[in-house]
Design a protein around this ligand. Structure first.
Ligand SMILES: Cc1ncc(COP(=O)(O)O)c(C=O)c1O
Length: 288
């Protein structure tokens, strides 16, 4: 079951015009909310980011916050599986092809929910491989745009090498990865590239920062040079689907001692505990 323009219907019956600006121009924005045991994780933050993305590209938000919440919860309830990734996108709608915005097109809204595949335990314990590339995307990476050709090309660099991510440098500094944020650990200090127009403000990034600060772990927001990242003791990637994952080889060379480090193991535990806490609170609310 998916949601398209006000209706719940089977995916096979969902149809969008070939003139939709999402199809023609990649003219739209999207979100992905992870759902654990049918409890959405950080839904309000994802909805707030959607509102910011829509405003940034000047697409009218067709729904109120309460309406978005309701659509997501209804779709979650209609799926046969417990852990879900709810994907939703809004495009500028259907119009005769012209780069300039149409005057009267209604935004197209599509929502689907798929089984959420969290990283297997083995990958968490062993760590993952990443490659690097020059970040040659546009200068509005803070907008969660559906125009993802830049990210897809960069992701394929690591996919071709059976690695989990492509970590990006712009002007010699770490930005993020093709579909995740990146943290480094040097001499026990967690380093996070500050938010800017060059990275997506990750919802998981915020959770990691909050958990680090609450636990009193040494933490700094600052630019990380390519040399610093290559010499880091630990590298992590974070996203709603990857959660937090240790990168143990970068371009084929070991990161630190080539195993997930102690700061990572601590953060991974804190993250899982936090997830469980949110899930339990959500279950109690649903039962009340
Ligand atoms: C380019 C990019 N950076 C970072 C992220 C992580 O964002 P979040 O933690 O909100 O999933 C994503 C997620 O899809 C992404 O595509």
């Amino acid at each position: 079951m998916v949601f398209l323009n006000g209706k719940f219907l089977p995916v096979e019956e969902a149809r969008v015009s070939v003139l939709d600006r999402g199809f023609i121009f990649g003219d739209g924005v999207y979100e992905l909310v992870p759902v654990y045991s049918r409890v959405p994780f950080r839904m309000e933050e994802h909805l707030a980011r959607l509102e910011r993305s829509l405003a940034a590209v000047r697409i009218r938000n067709p729904y109120s916050r309460a309406e978005w919440r309701d659509i997501i919860l209804q779709l979650v309830a209609r799926q046969p599986f417990e852990d879900q990734g709810v994907y939703f996108q809004v495009t500028r709608g259907v119009a005769r092809r012209d780069h300039a915005f149409p005057k009267d097109a209604a935004p197209t809204v599509f929502v689907m929910s798929n089984p959420l595949l969290s990283p297997p335990q083995e990958l968490v314990e062993r760590g993952a491989a990443a490659l690097t590339a020059v970040d040659d995307r546009w200068l509005h990476c803070d907008i969660k745009s559906i125009s993802l050709i830049g990210n897809c090309l960069l992701r394929q660099v690591s996919a071709d090498a059976a690695a989990v991510e492509t970590i990006l440098f712009r002007d010699g500094k770490l930005t993020e990865a093709s579909a995740s944020n990146v943290f480094a650990v040097r001499r026990g200090v967690i380093l996070a590239p500050p938010k800017s127009n060059l990275i997506l403000p990750g919802i998981t990034y915020d959770v990691i920062v909050e958990l680090a600060q609450a636990a009193g772990l040494p933490f700094e927001w600052r630019a990380v040079s390519e040399a610093e990242l290559r010499g880091a003791d630990e590298i992590w990637v974070t996203s709603s689907s990857k959660e937090v994952l240790a990168i143990v080889t970068l371009d084929g060379r070991p990161v630190g001692d080539g195993k997930p480090g102690p700061v990572f193991r601590n953060m991974h535990r804190l993250y899982q505990e936090f997830k469980q806490k949110v899930m339990r609170a959500g279950k109690e609310r649903q039962a009340a």
